[in-house]
Ligand binder design. Structure first.
Ligand code: SF4
Ligand code: SF4
Length: 467
């Protein structure tokens, strides 16, 4: 099965329960942003810009747990900012698991190994030595780390343990060169790979999440799937970039660029995602096949943003993860007060101009799962996709030139920064020298939301670069 049986059954039950009750709108995935602080400061990050005045604020643990209970979403995607900075992330994961929810921790992976070492210290017994040896042999931990682990940990706090109900959801927007440019820090891709390797040794479930932008080379995305599938990742989420208002304004002001230089229009999205169904056959791509048909331009869907609500320091964000027209104190209050008929694209006509180019997962993947634009055969398609055999790890993934950039310290970002500065001067659609740029934004493309029961992602940064 592409998605574990217990998890699929949980989500199916939730949908059937609400269909039987004829609940008009209900949540499938909660996007929980306990904070907007991040350890990276990616250029153009929509999230840290939109909430720049509340970067130091956090949502108290009790409020996070209460939000999940209130909306009753069977899946919670903990995002941000960087959720591993949240001071009570362990308690939050633990609390959500105790509520019986499927938990995705969406991370840039920089602190993942730290959290897994804490887990090892908490479970340490002499039998753990075999695991430590494996990790030491693979150079995933150091001798010093092993010594610290052997001292154990008994501070009474929970740790993030491997669980069939929990996924690390690691942000990767390409292979090394592209990804490190997007997050604007060398070594982040390498750290993500090491963290994923360590997670798989320890028995965690790992998904990757990727946003596709105008400059994304889809051939590279396919290579990326091969590589991460070979590493043993349990699934991949992918979504098109969206001209996220906050990021767009920043980029227009700072770089003097038009949004169409960076973001996908509907037509471009359909072109970029032309192969999504082939990818779905070859790799464990999360997301309903109905959503995949939508992305590849084979059908229409209506936005169901209310099914993936976002809760953060200001409350319930409406209408969606991407656009902000208001924040509400309660999920039900948001459902009743927002005029949902104002949003989305219906029969090719954008009800709100800001929705015109949006095909993102957090608006449309639930539509595929909820059957809002039901066509004969859809249920069978979704069933066959989820219950069909899980694609095997790509056998030749070791041949992928994943580390195709420069290793830490070689300074390829210096080239990018110079290009950004050049681009700051009013320019057209390139770097002023006819060479292409790369443009991406955190939270721009989509959400960190997990599959429904197969779905997506998060965002990144922007940098103009010459290759
Ligand atoms: S179409 Fe996209 S931008 Fe518009 S409300 Fe839906 S998810 Fe948000
Ligand atoms: S783009 Fe993501 S990783 Fe970068 S600053 Fe924003 S939240 Fe952090």
């Amino acid at each position: 099965m592409r998605f574990p049986l217990a998890l699929t059954v949980k989500i199916a039950r939730h949908i059937i329960k609400h269909k039987l009750r004829k609940t008009p709108k209900f949540a499938l995935v909660l996007q929980l942003e306990p904070l907007h602080t991040c350890n990276l400061t990616c250029t153009g990050c929509g999230r840290i810009r939109e909430y720049s005045t509340s970067l130091k604020d956090i949502v108290p643990l009790e409020k996070c747990l209460a939000a999940a209970e209130e909306c009753e979403a069977p899946m919670v995607s903990i995002c941000g900012g960087e959720p591993l900075i949240y001071p009570k992330i362990e308690e939050l994961v633990d609390g959500l698991l105790h509520q019986g929810r499927i938990v995705y921790v969406c991370t840039n992976a920089v602190f993942m190994r730290k959290k897994m070492k804490e887990y090892l210290a908490a479970i340490y017994t002499p039998e753990t030595e075999a695991l430590l040896k494996k990790l030491l042999d693979a150079k995933l931990i150091s001798d010093k780390d092993a010594e610290t682990i052997r001292k154990g940990r008994n501070d009474g706090r929970p740790v993030i343990r491997p669980s069939k109900w929990m996924y690390w959801n690691v942000h990767v927007d390409g292979l090394e060169y592209t990804h490190d440019l997007i997050v604007e820090r060398e070594g982040v891709f390498k750290e993500a790979v090491e963290a994923i390797k360590m997670a798989k040794v320890l028995g965690y479930q790992v998904a990757t999440n990727t946003t596709v932008y105008k400059e994304t080379d889809v051939r590279e995305i396919e290579e990326m799937f091969k590589f991460f599938s070979w590493l043993g990742c349990d699934g991949h989420t992918i979504s098109p970039g969206y001209d996220y208002d906050a990021a767009k304004k920043d980029m227009m002001k700072r770089l003097g660029r038009k949004s169409e230089d960076f973001f996908l229009t509907r037509r471009m999205t359909i072109e970029k995602f032309a192969q999504i169904q082939d990818w779905g056959r070859a790799f464990t791509i999360f997301g309903t096949p109905v959503y995949q048909e939508f992305l590849s331009g084979k059908r229409d869907l209506t936005c169901t943003a209310w099914a993936i609500p976002t809760y953060n320091v200001r409350g319930w964000k409406a209408p969606c993860y991407l656009m902000t027209d208001g924040h509400y104190a309660g999920y039900q209050e948001m459902l009743t007060k927002v005029n949902w008929e104002k949003y989305g694209v219906v029969n090719g006509v954008a009800r709100d101009p800001r929705c015109e180019n949006c095909m993102v997962h957090c608006g449309y993947d639930p539509s595929g799962a909820l059957g809002t634009n039901f066509q004969r055969g859809d249920n069978w398609k979704n069933f066959r996709y989820n219950f069909g055999a899980k694609p095997k790890p790509y056998p030749e993934g070791h041949r992928v030139n994943a580390f195709n950039g420069f290793s830490v310290g070689k300074g390829h970002l210096a080239v990018a920064k110079a290009a950004v500065q050049r681009a700051s001067a009013p320019a057209g659609g390139n770097n002023g020298d006819g060479k292409p740029h790369v443009g991406t934004f955190c939270g721009a493309g989509d959400s960190d939301a997990p599959p429904t029961p197969a779905g997506q992602a998060r965002g990144t940064a922007d940098v103009a670069v010459e290759r």
